[in-house]
Write a protein that binds this ligand. Sequence first.
Ligand SMILES: O=P(O)(O)OC[C@H]1O[C@@H](O)[C@H](O)[C@@H](O)[C@@H]1O
Length: 291
Amino acid sequence: MRQQIEALFSALPDGIHEQQLQNFELLLIKGSWGELALARQGAQVLHFRPAGEAPLLWISDCAKAPPAPIRGGVPLCWPWFGDHPSQAGQPAHGVARTARWDWRLQNAGADGVQLRAEPTRNLWSGLEVGLEVRVRGSAIELLLESRNVAQQPVELTQALHSYLAVADVGRIEILGLRDCDYLDKLRDGRRASQDGELRVESALDRVYRHTGVTEVLDPVLQRRLRVAKSGSGSTVVWNPGVGAAGLSDVGMDQQPRFVCVEAANTGLDPVRLAPGESRRIGTVLSVGPLA
Ligand SMILES: O=P(O)(O)OC[C@H]1O[C@@H](O)[C@H](O)[C@@H](O)[C@@H]1O
């Protein structure tokens, strides 16, 4: 899908274009600020390339057909992260990423664009959800808002599951998590503390107790990807390592090309909403020089 999206953009004039790709309905937006590709499925940001930069987000070259989740970009995990806390048989990472959403343009200018997405139907009883996406210069911001429309308190978990594009995951360094406690999903949820800066030497699936900024230093692309966030007390870092061989939409050839650094609310910091209350989780992804 990545190659096709890049080819489509290179042939498009500036503007907003609706396009079908591998049976997914996409909005491709191009301006002097760069390129943005959005899917109706899951209100998923698939591709963001600021002018003069390489794409910030990785997207699979062999994505599964709809309605499977699209591997890459920024899937929305909502209203639960990972497995459903009590109901076996519910899909991993919730129902938002495979649902159909409507996009509405709110603003377009020389330095960016702003859109809002809402699901075409109620996704989960007692909860409403909406997404705002803003591009400004070399940064993209996502804000996911949940509102409790029930008569009782509601608890949810969620993630903005960013797949960051890197040249070689084995060579990156992830700053910002030093000394943070984490839960290691690959070791039965064992708790540990991050010793030094994080490197991805093998499969990694960790939930950090962390509210700050994370930076991914990429010595090959000579750039720094910054993940800032709000309303989030968990940062998830994931790369499947050799497990990628068993994922038909990754494979060992694509496994080194991304790392997921996700702004999240997990079991460590679930969101509790009183009746009528709403809350937002946000992330700003941006790119800058390494030095
Ligand atoms: O394959 P999925 O459902 O998109 O999930 C990918 C990964 O997403 C991460 O956020 C989880 O921590 C991992 O456990 C999971 O494997």
